[in-house]
Design a protein around this ligand. Structure first.
Ligand code: NDP
Length: 330
Protein backbone atom coordinates (compact mmCIF):
# COMPACT_ATOMS: atom_id res chain seq x y z
CA UNK A 1 0.00 0.00 0.00
CA UNK A 2 1.49 3.32 -1.12
CA UNK A 3 0.49 6.40 0.80
CA UNK A 4 1.18 10.13 0.65
CA UNK A 5 0.75 12.84 3.27
CA UNK A 6 -1.92 15.46 2.79
CA UNK A 7 -4.26 17.75 4.69
CA UNK A 8 -7.51 15.82 4.78
CA UNK A 9 -10.69 17.74 5.59
CA UNK A 10 -13.75 15.77 6.60
CA UNK A 11 -17.24 16.37 7.86
CA UNK A 12 -19.15 13.54 9.52
CA UNK A 13 -21.88 13.18 12.17
CA UNK A 14 -19.15 13.76 14.76
CA UNK A 15 -18.24 17.12 13.20
CA UNK A 16 -15.54 18.75 11.08
CA UNK A 17 -11.90 17.68 11.12
CA UNK A 18 -8.72 18.93 9.44
CA UNK A 19 -5.59 16.86 9.91
CA UNK A 20 -2.41 15.76 8.17
CA UNK A 21 -3.11 12.16 7.17
CA UNK A 22 -1.38 9.32 5.34
CA UNK A 23 -3.68 8.77 2.37
CA UNK A 24 -3.66 5.73 0.08
CA UNK A 25 -2.73 6.62 -3.50
CA UNK A 26 -5.54 4.39 -4.73
CA UNK A 27 -7.97 6.98 -3.29
CA UNK A 28 -6.75 9.76 -5.64
CA UNK A 29 -9.60 11.05 -7.87
CA UNK A 30 -10.38 8.69 -10.76
CA UNK A 31 -11.28 11.57 -13.09
CA UNK A 32 -7.76 13.05 -12.99
CA UNK A 33 -5.40 12.15 -15.84
CA UNK A 34 -2.10 13.56 -14.57
CA UNK A 35 -0.57 12.55 -11.25
CA UNK A 36 1.74 15.26 -9.94
CA UNK A 37 4.38 14.88 -7.24
CA UNK A 38 3.71 18.18 -5.49
CA UNK A 39 6.77 20.05 -4.22
CA UNK A 40 5.14 23.20 -2.86
CA UNK A 41 1.64 24.44 -2.17
CA UNK A 42 0.50 27.56 -0.37
CA UNK A 43 -2.05 29.04 2.01
CA UNK A 44 -4.36 31.48 0.26
CA UNK A 45 -7.31 33.16 2.01
CA UNK A 46 -9.60 30.54 0.45
CA UNK A 47 -7.44 27.72 1.84
CA UNK A 48 -7.82 29.38 5.23
CA UNK A 49 -11.60 29.35 4.84
CA UNK A 50 -11.58 25.68 3.82
CA UNK A 51 -9.21 24.45 6.53
CA UNK A 52 -10.98 26.43 9.26
CA UNK A 53 -14.40 25.38 7.88
CA UNK A 54 -15.45 29.03 7.89
CA UNK A 55 -17.48 29.19 4.69
CA UNK A 56 -18.76 26.63 2.19
CA UNK A 57 -15.56 26.38 0.13
CA UNK A 58 -15.50 22.56 0.24
CA UNK A 59 -18.33 20.94 -1.67
CA UNK A 60 -17.38 17.25 -1.36
CA UNK A 61 -16.20 15.27 1.66
CA UNK A 62 -13.63 14.08 2.45
CA UNK A 63 -11.49 16.68 0.66
CA UNK A 64 -7.75 17.16 0.37
CA UNK A 65 -7.16 20.90 0.85
CA UNK A 66 -5.06 23.15 -1.36
CA UNK A 67 -6.20 25.29 -4.31
CA UNK A 68 -2.61 25.72 -5.60
CA UNK A 69 0.24 23.35 -6.32
CA UNK A 70 3.53 23.17 -8.19
CA UNK A 71 5.46 20.00 -8.85
CA UNK A 72 6.62 17.36 -11.28
CA UNK A 73 4.45 15.10 -13.40
CA UNK A 74 4.70 11.52 -12.17
CA UNK A 75 2.21 9.68 -14.40
CA UNK A 76 0.19 11.06 -17.30
CA UNK A 77 -2.41 9.69 -19.69
CA UNK A 78 -2.95 13.21 -21.06
CA UNK A 79 -1.09 13.89 -24.32
CA UNK A 80 -0.11 17.41 -23.19
CA UNK A 81 2.08 16.17 -20.31
CA UNK A 82 4.76 13.55 -19.71
CA UNK A 83 6.62 12.37 -16.61
CA UNK A 84 9.22 14.90 -15.55
CA UNK A 85 7.31 17.98 -16.78
CA UNK A 86 7.16 20.77 -14.22
CA UNK A 87 3.66 22.17 -13.80
CA UNK A 88 1.53 24.68 -11.89
CA UNK A 89 -2.08 24.29 -10.81
CA UNK A 90 -4.24 27.25 -9.75
CA UNK A 91 -7.92 26.90 -8.96
CA UNK A 92 -10.31 25.02 -11.25
CA UNK A 93 -12.21 23.91 -8.13
CA UNK A 94 -9.20 21.97 -6.83
CA UNK A 95 -9.29 21.86 -3.03
CA UNK A 96 -13.04 22.61 -3.29
CA UNK A 97 -14.71 19.87 -5.35
CA UNK A 98 -11.59 17.97 -6.54
CA UNK A 99 -8.82 16.74 -4.20
CA UNK A 100 -6.18 19.42 -3.79
CA UNK A 101 -2.48 20.14 -3.53
CA UNK A 102 -1.74 20.55 0.19
CA UNK A 103 -0.43 17.03 -0.24
CA UNK A 104 2.55 15.17 -1.63
CA UNK A 105 0.47 13.81 -4.53
CA UNK A 106 -2.40 15.22 -6.58
CA UNK A 107 -4.26 13.65 -9.51
CA UNK A 108 -5.41 16.52 -11.70
CA UNK A 109 -6.82 17.15 -15.15
CA UNK A 110 -4.13 17.96 -17.69
CA UNK A 111 -6.26 20.76 -19.16
CA UNK A 112 -6.05 22.62 -15.84
CA UNK A 113 -2.26 22.70 -15.71
CA UNK A 114 0.13 25.34 -17.00
CA UNK A 115 3.84 24.74 -17.55
CA UNK A 116 6.19 26.03 -14.87
CA UNK A 117 8.08 28.90 -16.57
CA UNK A 118 11.80 28.06 -16.89
CA UNK A 119 12.68 31.21 -14.95
CA UNK A 120 10.78 30.11 -11.82
CA UNK A 121 11.33 27.40 -9.23
CA UNK A 122 8.32 25.49 -7.92
CA UNK A 123 8.79 27.40 -4.64
CA UNK A 124 8.64 30.77 -6.42
CA UNK A 125 5.57 29.66 -8.38
CA UNK A 126 3.79 28.98 -5.10
CA UNK A 127 5.09 32.19 -3.56
CA UNK A 128 3.10 33.78 -6.39
CA UNK A 129 0.24 31.26 -6.15
CA UNK A 130 -3.39 32.14 -6.78
CA UNK A 131 -2.95 35.41 -4.87
CA UNK A 132 -0.15 36.62 -7.15
CA UNK A 133 -1.71 35.34 -10.34
CA UNK A 134 -4.95 37.12 -9.35
CA UNK A 135 -3.03 40.32 -8.64
CA UNK A 136 -1.56 40.04 -12.15
CA UNK A 137 -5.03 39.52 -13.66
CA UNK A 138 -6.19 42.66 -11.83
CA UNK A 139 -3.24 44.74 -13.07
CA UNK A 140 -3.78 43.48 -16.63
CA UNK A 141 -7.47 44.40 -16.29
CA UNK A 142 -6.66 47.99 -15.25
CA UNK A 143 -4.35 48.35 -18.24
CA UNK A 144 -6.91 46.85 -20.63
CA UNK A 145 -9.45 49.38 -19.37
CA UNK A 146 -7.06 52.19 -20.23
CA UNK A 147 -5.69 53.04 -16.79
CA UNK A 148 -2.19 54.40 -17.36
CA UNK A 149 0.40 55.56 -14.80
CA UNK A 150 -0.09 59.21 -15.79
CA UNK A 151 -3.74 59.28 -14.79
CA UNK A 152 -3.28 59.45 -11.04
CA UNK A 153 -3.23 57.40 -7.89
CA UNK A 154 -4.07 53.68 -7.71
CA UNK A 155 -5.62 52.39 -4.49
CA UNK A 156 -4.66 48.89 -3.34
CA UNK A 157 -6.77 47.56 -0.46
CA UNK A 158 -5.85 44.62 1.77
CA UNK A 159 -2.35 45.84 1.04
CA UNK A 160 -0.34 43.67 3.45
CA UNK A 161 -2.02 40.46 2.30
CA UNK A 162 -1.05 38.18 -0.56
CA UNK A 163 -3.01 39.79 -3.41
CA UNK A 164 -2.28 43.28 -2.07
CA UNK A 165 1.48 42.83 -1.60
CA UNK A 166 1.97 41.39 -5.07
CA UNK A 167 -0.37 43.94 -6.69
CA UNK A 168 1.72 46.76 -5.20
CA UNK A 169 4.94 45.18 -6.47
CA UNK A 170 3.51 44.70 -9.97
CA UNK A 171 1.92 48.15 -10.19
CA UNK A 172 5.15 49.79 -9.01
CA UNK A 173 7.09 47.96 -11.73
CA UNK A 174 4.68 49.45 -14.29
CA UNK A 175 5.28 52.94 -12.91
CA UNK A 176 1.97 53.56 -11.14
CA UNK A 177 1.62 55.83 -8.11
CA UNK A 178 0.20 53.53 -5.41
CA UNK A 179 -1.68 54.25 -2.20
CA UNK A 180 -1.75 51.18 0.04
CA UNK A 181 -4.74 50.78 2.37
CA UNK A 182 -3.99 48.65 5.41
CA UNK A 183 -5.12 47.87 8.93
CA UNK A 184 -1.46 47.30 9.79
CA UNK A 185 0.12 50.75 9.81
CA UNK A 186 3.15 49.15 11.47
CA UNK A 187 3.78 47.60 8.02
CA UNK A 188 4.20 51.04 6.39
CA UNK A 189 7.93 50.53 5.70
CA UNK A 190 7.23 47.05 4.25
CA UNK A 191 4.55 48.46 1.92
CA UNK A 192 6.79 51.32 0.82
CA UNK A 193 9.65 48.89 0.19
CA UNK A 194 7.35 47.05 -2.23
CA UNK A 195 6.63 50.27 -4.10
CA UNK A 196 3.71 52.03 -2.38
CA UNK A 197 4.05 55.80 -2.54
CA UNK A 198 1.92 56.31 0.53
CA UNK A 199 -0.07 54.31 3.06
CA UNK A 200 -3.55 54.98 4.47
CA UNK A 201 -5.46 53.51 7.41
CA UNK A 202 -8.09 51.08 6.13
CA UNK A 203 -10.52 52.52 8.72
CA UNK A 204 -10.90 55.50 6.38
CA UNK A 205 -12.65 53.17 3.92
CA UNK A 206 -14.29 50.51 6.05
CA UNK A 207 -17.51 52.23 7.24
CA UNK A 208 -20.63 52.97 5.14
CA UNK A 209 -20.15 56.18 3.11
CA UNK A 210 -21.85 58.37 0.50
CA UNK A 211 -22.21 56.94 -3.04
CA UNK A 212 -20.28 59.87 -4.54
CA UNK A 213 -17.27 61.27 -2.70
CA UNK A 214 -14.29 63.49 -3.57
CA UNK A 215 -12.61 62.11 -6.71
CA UNK A 216 -9.25 60.53 -6.00
CA UNK A 217 -8.48 57.16 -7.65
CA UNK A 218 -7.59 56.52 -11.28
CA UNK A 219 -7.74 52.81 -10.57
CA UNK A 220 -8.31 50.39 -7.70
CA UNK A 221 -7.24 46.82 -6.92
CA UNK A 222 -9.62 45.67 -4.21
CA UNK A 223 -9.32 42.39 -2.33
CA UNK A 224 -11.61 43.48 0.51
CA UNK A 225 -15.16 44.05 -0.86
CA UNK A 226 -18.02 45.36 1.30
CA UNK A 227 -17.96 49.04 2.45
CA UNK A 228 -14.31 49.35 1.43
CA UNK A 229 -15.19 48.55 -2.18
CA UNK A 230 -18.24 50.83 -2.05
CA UNK A 231 -16.13 53.75 -0.80
CA UNK A 232 -13.39 53.05 -3.34
CA UNK A 233 -16.00 53.23 -6.13
CA UNK A 234 -17.41 56.44 -4.66
CA UNK A 235 -13.93 58.03 -4.66
CA UNK A 236 -13.08 57.12 -8.26
CA UNK A 237 -12.10 59.79 -10.75
CA UNK A 238 -13.87 60.16 -14.06
CA UNK A 239 -13.37 57.01 -16.23
CA UNK A 240 -11.53 55.10 -13.48
CA UNK A 241 -11.57 51.29 -13.25
CA UNK A 242 -11.93 49.19 -10.12
CA UNK A 243 -10.64 45.62 -10.32
CA UNK A 244 -12.65 43.74 -7.66
CA UNK A 245 -11.25 40.40 -6.64
CA UNK A 246 -11.86 39.73 -2.95
CA UNK A 247 -14.08 39.72 0.10
CA UNK A 248 -11.78 39.96 3.14
CA UNK A 249 -14.13 42.52 4.74
CA UNK A 250 -17.31 40.97 3.34
CA UNK A 251 -19.16 39.70 0.32
CA UNK A 252 -21.77 42.47 0.42
CA UNK A 253 -21.63 45.55 -1.77
CA UNK A 254 -24.01 48.36 -0.99
CA UNK A 255 -23.64 51.19 -3.47
CA UNK A 256 -25.59 53.13 -6.09
CA UNK A 257 -25.26 53.58 -9.83
CA UNK A 258 -24.04 57.17 -9.35
CA UNK A 259 -20.33 56.57 -9.94
CA UNK A 260 -21.07 54.44 -13.00
CA UNK A 261 -23.48 56.80 -14.75
CA UNK A 262 -22.04 60.14 -13.64
CA UNK A 263 -18.30 59.38 -13.68
CA UNK A 264 -18.11 56.52 -16.20
CA UNK A 265 -16.48 54.27 -13.61
CA UNK A 266 -15.93 50.62 -14.60
CA UNK A 267 -16.28 47.83 -12.06
CA UNK A 268 -14.20 44.96 -13.45
CA UNK A 269 -14.66 41.57 -11.80
CA UNK A 270 -11.61 39.34 -11.48
CA UNK A 271 -12.00 35.57 -11.28
CA UNK A 272 -8.90 33.41 -11.21
CA UNK A 273 -10.53 30.04 -10.59
CA UNK A 274 -12.07 29.43 -14.01
CA UNK A 275 -10.03 31.90 -16.05
CA UNK A 276 -9.28 30.54 -19.54
CA UNK A 277 -5.93 28.99 -20.38
CA UNK A 278 -4.87 31.92 -22.62
CA UNK A 279 -5.56 34.38 -19.75
CA UNK A 280 -3.58 32.17 -17.34
CA UNK A 281 -0.65 31.91 -19.73
CA UNK A 282 -0.69 35.67 -20.31
CA UNK A 283 -0.71 36.31 -16.55
CA UNK A 284 2.15 33.88 -15.86
CA UNK A 285 4.17 35.35 -18.74
CA UNK A 286 3.71 38.86 -17.33
CA UNK A 287 4.59 37.61 -13.83
CA UNK A 288 7.88 36.19 -15.13
CA UNK A 289 8.71 39.40 -16.98
CA UNK A 290 7.53 41.96 -14.44
CA UNK A 291 7.54 40.60 -10.89
CA UNK A 292 10.70 41.52 -9.00
CA UNK A 293 11.80 38.15 -7.63
CA UNK A 294 13.93 39.71 -4.88
CA UNK A 295 10.76 41.39 -3.61
CA UNK A 296 8.87 38.11 -4.01
CA UNK A 297 11.44 36.44 -1.74
CA UNK A 298 11.05 39.34 0.72
CA UNK A 299 7.27 38.83 1.06
CA UNK A 300 7.40 35.01 1.29
CA UNK A 301 7.64 32.70 4.27
CA UNK A 302 7.75 28.90 4.08
CA UNK A 303 6.10 26.46 6.50
CA UNK A 304 5.96 22.68 6.72
CA UNK A 305 2.80 20.70 5.88
CA UNK A 306 2.37 19.95 9.58
CA UNK A 307 2.40 23.69 10.34
CA UNK A 308 -0.07 24.68 7.63
CA UNK A 309 -3.29 23.93 9.50
CA UNK A 310 -2.38 26.40 12.24
CA UNK A 311 -1.98 29.13 9.60
CA UNK A 312 -5.64 28.98 8.54
CA UNK A 313 -7.05 31.09 11.40
CA UNK A 314 -4.05 33.41 11.12
CA UNK A 315 -4.72 34.27 7.45
CA UNK A 316 -8.43 34.77 8.14
CA UNK A 317 -7.54 37.15 10.98
CA UNK A 318 -5.37 39.17 8.58
CA UNK A 319 -2.22 38.19 10.47
CA UNK A 320 -0.27 36.70 7.57
CA UNK A 321 1.96 39.23 5.81
CA UNK A 322 2.54 38.67 2.11
CA UNK A 323 2.62 35.05 0.96
CA UNK A 324 2.95 31.76 2.79
CA UNK A 325 4.35 28.75 0.92
CA UNK A 326 3.92 25.19 2.20
CA UNK A 327 6.69 22.64 1.71
CA UNK A 328 4.52 19.52 1.48
CA UNK A 329 7.51 17.19 1.80
CA UNK A 330 8.88 18.73 5.00
P1 NDP B 1 -4.82 37.69 2.67
O1 NDP B 1 -5.43 37.29 3.94
O2 NDP B 1 -3.39 37.44 2.43
O3 NDP B 1 -5.06 39.27 2.47
C1 NDP B 1 -6.28 39.89 2.79
C2 NDP B 1 -5.98 41.23 3.43
O4 NDP B 1 -7.20 41.95 3.57
C3 NDP B 1 -5.43 41.13 4.84
O5 NDP B 1 -4.06 40.89 4.87
C4 NDP B 1 -5.79 42.50 5.38
O6 NDP B 1 -4.84 43.43 4.90
C5 NDP B 1 -7.12 42.80 4.69
N1 NDP B 1 -8.26 42.50 5.56
C6 NDP B 1 -8.50 41.38 6.27
N2 NDP B 1 -9.65 41.46 6.96
C7 NDP B 1 -10.16 42.67 6.67
C8 NDP B 1 -11.33 43.39 7.08
N3 NDP B 1 -12.21 42.84 7.93
N4 NDP B 1 -11.53 44.62 6.59
C9 NDP B 1 -10.66 45.18 5.74
N5 NDP B 1 -9.53 44.57 5.31
C10 NDP B 1 -9.29 43.34 5.77
O7 NDP B 1 -5.70 37.06 1.51
P2 NDP B 1 -5.38 36.92 -0.06
O8 NDP B 1 -4.55 38.07 -0.46
O9 NDP B 1 -4.97 35.54 -0.34
O10 NDP B 1 -6.85 37.11 -0.65
C11 NDP B 1 -7.47 38.39 -0.54
C12 NDP B 1 -8.93 38.28 -0.96
O11 NDP B 1 -8.99 38.02 -2.35
C13 NDP B 1 -9.71 37.15 -0.28
O12 NDP B 1 -11.02 37.58 -0.04
C14 NDP B 1 -9.71 36.05 -1.33
O13 NDP B 1 -10.80 35.18 -1.18
C15 NDP B 1 -9.78 36.86 -2.59
N6 NDP B 1 -9.24 36.19 -3.76
C16 NDP B 1 -10.01 36.11 -4.87
C17 NDP B 1 -9.56 35.53 -6.01
C18 NDP B 1 -10.38 35.56 -7.24
O14 NDP B 1 -10.19 34.73 -8.12
N7 NDP B 1 -11.29 36.49 -7.36
C19 NDP B 1 -8.25 34.87 -6.03
C20 NDP B 1 -7.44 35.10 -4.84
C21 NDP B 1 -7.95 35.71 -3.73
P3 NDP B 1 -4.30 44.64 5.81
O15 NDP B 1 -3.87 44.02 7.10
O16 NDP B 1 -3.19 45.23 5.02
O17 NDP B 1 -5.45 45.59 5.99
Amino acid sequence: MTTFNGILLDKTETGFSARVSAIEESRLPADGDVTVAIEYSTINYKDGLAIANKSPVVRKWPMVAGIDGAGIVDVSTNAQWKPGDKVILNGHGVGESHWGCLAQKAKLKGDWLVPLPAELSTLQAMAIGTAGYTAMLAVISLAKHGVTPGQGEILVTGASGGVGSIAITLLAARGYNIVASTGRLNETEYLKSLGATSVMDRNELSAPGKPLQKERWAGVVDSVGSHTLANAIAQCKYNATVAACGLAQGMDLSTSVAAFILRGVTLAGIDSVYASKPRRLEAWKCLVQELDRAKLDQITSVVKLSEAIAQAPAILAGQVRGRMVVDVNA
